[in-house]
Design a protein around this ligand. Structure first.
Ligand code: FES
Ligand SMILES: [Fe+2]
Length: 351
């Protein structure tokens, strides 16, 4: 079990931000996986990410000026292109030479897809390949369709504890209580769900949502859901009715080994859902904040390095998460293909 810190996975795509957060001719500085990144969008609309540190004296490049093509450092005016390579040192005089192509800040592969910006953190110098050549894709919706609504909150916890919260089937009755939702944990009901391995993770097999669940009626009749969990911290829920579909994504992106950004968003086919945005944003933020408050409190306990437990069956998914991570790290070290350790199983609990 993990304490305050988590081992951060490399060789993966991480969700950096919604595409709408990065305007043309602008940059956004962010620390991800403990590294300082400067994201930018050129005048041609293409996104990029370079190290937010000038290789001359180390000042963050975010303080410089971006002209839509190159970034000029605020200190001595060195200029860097979108690959982080130096293209100009203004102080050089005729006859003074420097191989500018060797002066580099470093950059990350960055892709815009389905209204999101993804960034690839390699293990070494390797390029993403195979199934991982491109960022994960949400089902149903096309590459140019963005989420209807996106929220994010900073969680002061490791990705492991954020991930455990994501896949924890029994906390809702205690944590997600509100006068308009569930006032307090009352009667817990027995639950039984089938799980099977899926790409880089596992899936709760598609099942019908009981018709008495009124909120889902807007999608039509015979509404069913399937939830996929995968490395490096994505929960993708695909809800289909005979009229409409919704895809929900929760993504956790490590800021450092003990701080995490949690993103929640959804894509939806009904056009009129836009009208509900203010209300939905409010409700989603209340729910996510309830999870955040728990990890803030948990942090005080974890600071004393207690021995922790994972129990059957309620914490089986948390155990799978740790097994997946271990296998990912080991496969990388040994230079072999990742073998999914999850086996199909039915899990039972009360919640
Ligand atoms: S520190 Fe950036 S140009 Fe000198
Ligand atoms: Fe929760």
């Amino acid at each position: 079990m993990q304490g305050l810190k988590a081992e951060l996975l490399r060789g993966c795509w991480y969700l950096a931000m919604p595409a709408a957060s990065l305007k043309r001719h602008a940059t956004v500085a962010k620390t991800l996986l403990g590294e300082p990144l400067l994201f930018g969008r050129g005048d041609d609309g293409k996104v990029f990410a370079i190290r937010n540190t000038c290789p001359h004296r180390g000042i963050p490049l975010q303080y410089g000026r971006f002209d839509g093509e190159t970034i000029m450092c605020t200190y001595h005016g060195w200029r860097f292109d979108r690959t982080g390579t130096c293209v100009e040192i203004p102080s050089l005089r005729e006859g003074q030479t420097a191989d500018l192509s060797k002066i580099r800040c470093g950059n990350w592969r960055c892709v815009e897809q389905q209204g999101l910006i993804w960034v690839y953190f390699p293990r070494g110098d390797e390029e993403p390949s195979g199934d991982e050549a491109e960022p994960p894709r949400m089902p149903i919706f096309g590459d140019d369709v963005g989420p209807k609504l996106t929220i994010t909150l900073p969680f002061p916890c490791s990705t492991d504890h954020a991930a455990f919260g994501l896949m924890d089937p029994t906390h809702a009755a205690y944590v997600h209580t509100s006068w308009w939702f569930k006032r307090q944990a009352t009667k817990l009901r027995p639950k039984e769900k089938k799980f099977e391995p899926a790409d880089y993770g596992w899936r709760m097999v598609r099942h019908q949502i009981p018709p008495q669940n009124l909120a889902y009626r807007i999608l039509g009749r015979e509404v069913s859901t399937e939830i996929t969990y995968r490395l490096p911290g994505l929960r993708i829920e695909e809800i289909r009715g005979n009229k409409h579909s919704v895809v929900g994504l929760t993504a956790i992106t490590p800021v450092s080994d003990e701080a995490t950004e949690v993103w929640q968003m959804f894509w939806a086919t009904p056009a009129w859902i836009g009208a509900l945005k203010p209300l939905l944003r409010k409700l989603m933020t209340i729910f996510l904040d309830q999870d955040r408050v728990v990890v803030v409190r948990q942090r005080d306990g974890l600071a004393t390095s207690p021995k922790l437990m994972l129990i059957n069956d309620a914490d089986t998914q948390a155990r799978w998460w740790m097994h997946l991570k271990d296998e990912w790290v080991n496969a990388g070290k040994e230079g072999r293909a990742f073998v999914n350790p999850v086996k199909a199983r039915t899990l039972r609990w009360k919640s």
